[in-house]
Design a protein around this ligand. Structure first.
Ligand SMILES: *[C@@H]1O[C@H](CO)[C@@H](O)[C@H](O)[C@H]1NC(C)=O
Ligand SMILES: *[C@@H]1O[C@H](CO)[C@@H](O)[C@H](O)[C@H]1NC(C)=O
Ligand SMILES: *[C@@H]1O[C@H](CO)[C@@H](O)[C@H](O)[C@H]1NC(C)=O
Length: 522
């Protein structure tokens, strides 16, 4: 026995040391020598990541095992559903695309892989044509290539890939991913337990500069802000409690990032695939998240599954019509179909968006009826009580000072900066605040916070813990009293006319504030 272990040791050391030799092995950063950096910068522009670094790294490079210890010893059932892996690409680099494919093939048990489907969204690069077709013929798992006739965007390309898939589960990946050891089994096992659970891996970060592999956190989950941007937020205590502190159990997440997930193939159909009326990309992940939860499914991050993804700071691709318009259109579709009266938060903070034509949503509304989906208020109450959109609120609109007739204004500032005050413009946007039933004064995901006597009033991430973010509005005296300091929100001082102050409550007109519900178009 002792001898056996020793032999293994020698073998293992040999394998590890060989793997550690090449650039990027074990997920290490690749540093480009000074002499090549001009060239590197040129190449970077092609895909908006360090192509030179990527091209230096083996297509089958080794990665560290970043899983929690408790995940490494979990045993999964032998009989798991098999999966088709669908990867959409458009002008992707050879090395990142093939590294994605190799990581799937090399780190998945082959009996669980029905096929890999590459959907080419009308790429122009030559090597992605015949060269790619010939190359994938020699791989150990069937790889099918589907070509879109014209540029169609992620949503329609994924629909095409899904329609061609044969596996019991569909796993969607982006075209610049790397799957790690044991990534697939926990995803499939969870779907086997409950076929209406849609599962995401933890998304690890592959640096766009060095291709270093960095473990993602199991302590964040998906949310969204008033502008309907997907955002990561800390997993709340209630979800830690539900899992009794066991971090290897899946996290129920209100939304998903959208790039990487697995779903039972039939369930994908039943629940209405994607909204084919959405263009290109954007908003489809929230649409799907709301739909899954509201229509009786669930969405989880399986913390024992890790897949890396190259996060880029800019997109290298252009779209017909521009992305801004497309995302507004898609977001309007999801707001109109799924968000009921809470769509006002999106519309009021994004002036102008109501003018965007969003097409016909009647098919999606019928789907919602047929599936007997629950209202958005149910989702906020039960799935996302710590949502940035409050389930109950006293007002959503401007906060106007009676004496000066000026309005609180976040000035487009960020977290940790002072809230401002400015002439009221009645256009929503930066002057939209909500006084919530929890007695916070919020502007999107920031809350007015005072930590010292006499201020200043800072905007901090809402923490739902009351404390320095607790305000009492007296609807008769019209005062906003900060409970901890027992001081009242007041007009600006002579020194700085652009920020409100905190003063002892005195009942003067300068301490009176009108909190209004804004109506759209008003
Ligand atoms: C990658 O493939 C090459 C060639 O088949 C092989 O020598 C090498 O060991 C592989 N690397 C890893 C990390 O498996
Ligand atoms: C996937 O599983 C189904 C059901 O067990 C089976 O019919 C099918 O042949 C499998 N596909 C592959 C490629 O293993
Ligand atoms: C504002 O609208 C909310 C939601 O409809 C409602 O609960 C609240 O009473 C309204 N507030 C005022 C001041 O009209």
């Amino acid at each position: 026995m002792f001898v056996c272990i020793c032999v293994l040791c020698v073998c293992l050391t040999a394998v590890i040391s060989r793997n550690q030799e090449g650039p990027g092995e074990m997920g290490k950063a690749v540093l480009i020598p000074k002499d090549d950096q001009e060239k590197m910068k040129e190449l970077f522009k092609i895909n908006q990541f360090n192509l030179m670094a990527s091209d230096l790294i083996a297509l089958n490079r080794s990665l560290p095992d970043v899983r929690l210890e408790g995940c490494k010893t979990k045993v999964y059932p032998d009989e798991l559903p098999n999966t088709s892996v669908v990867i959409v690409f458009h002008n992707e680099a050879w090395s990142t695309l093939l590294r994605t494919v190799y990581s799937v093939i090399n780190r998945s048990p082959h009996y669980l892989l029905s096929e890999v489907i590459l959907v080419d969204d009308a790429s122009e690069r030559d090597f992605l044509k015949l060269t790619l077709e010939n190359y994938v013929k020699n791989l150990e798992v069937p790889v099918k290539i589907i070509r879109m006739e014209e540029r169609s965007g992620l949503i329609r390309a994924r629909l095409r890939g899904a329609a061609a898939s044969k596996g019991q589960v569909i796993t969607f990946l982006d075209a610049h991913c790397e799957c790690t050891l044991g990534w697939l089994e926990p995803l499939l096992a969870r779907i086997k337990e409950d076929r209406k659970t849609v599962v995401c891996p933890i998304i690890d970060v592959i640096s766009d500069d060095t291709f270093e592999y960095m473990a993602g956190s199991d302590m964040t989950y998906g949310g969204f802000n008033w502008k309907l941007n997907f955002r990561w937020y800390p997993v709340p205590q209630r979800e830690m409690d539900r899992r009794k502190g066991d971090r290897t159990l899946p996290v129920r997440t209100p939304t998903m990032a959208g790039g990487l997930f697995s779903i039972d193939r039939n369930y994908f159909e039943e629940i209405g695939t994607y909204d084919a009326g959405m263009d290109i990309w954007g908003g489809e992940n929230l649409e799907m998240s709301f739909r899954i939860w509201q229509c009786g499914g669930s969405l989880e991050i399986v913390t024992c599954s890790h897949v890396g993804h190259v996060f880029r700071k800019a997109t290298p691709y252009t779209f017909p019509g521009g992305t801004g318009h497309v995302i507004n259109k898609n977001n309007r579709r999801l707001a109109e179909v799924w968000m009921d009266e809470f769509k006002d938060f999106f519309y009021i903070i994004s002036p102008g968006v109501v003018k965007v034509d969003y097409g016909d949503v009647s098919v999606r509304k019928t789907l919602r009826e047929n599936l007997k989906c629950k209202p958005f208020s149910w989702y906020l109450e039960n799935i996302y009580p710590d949502s940035q959109i409050p389930r109950r609120y006293y007002s959503l609109g401007e906060i106007r000072n009676v004496e000066t007739n000026q309005c609180l204004d976040n000035m487009g500032r960020k977290e940790n900066e002072k809230v401002g005050i400015f002439n009221c413009h009645g256009m929503g946007g930066n002057q939209v605040f909500s006084y919530t039933a929890d007695k916070e004064i919020r502007t999107d995901d920031l809350c007015l916070d005072v930590s010292r006597l006499n201020g200043p009033v800072i905007m901090l991430k809402c923490h739902h813990m009351r404390g320095n973010q607790l305000w009492e509005y007296d609807a008769e005296r019209l005062t906003l009293r900060h409970v901890n300091s027992n001081q009242c929100l007041d007009e600006p001082s002579e020194e700085d006319k652009m920020v409100p102050t905190m003063q002892d409550c005195s009942g003067t007109r300068s301490q009176q504030w009108l909190l209004r519900n804004m109506t759209l178009g008003a």
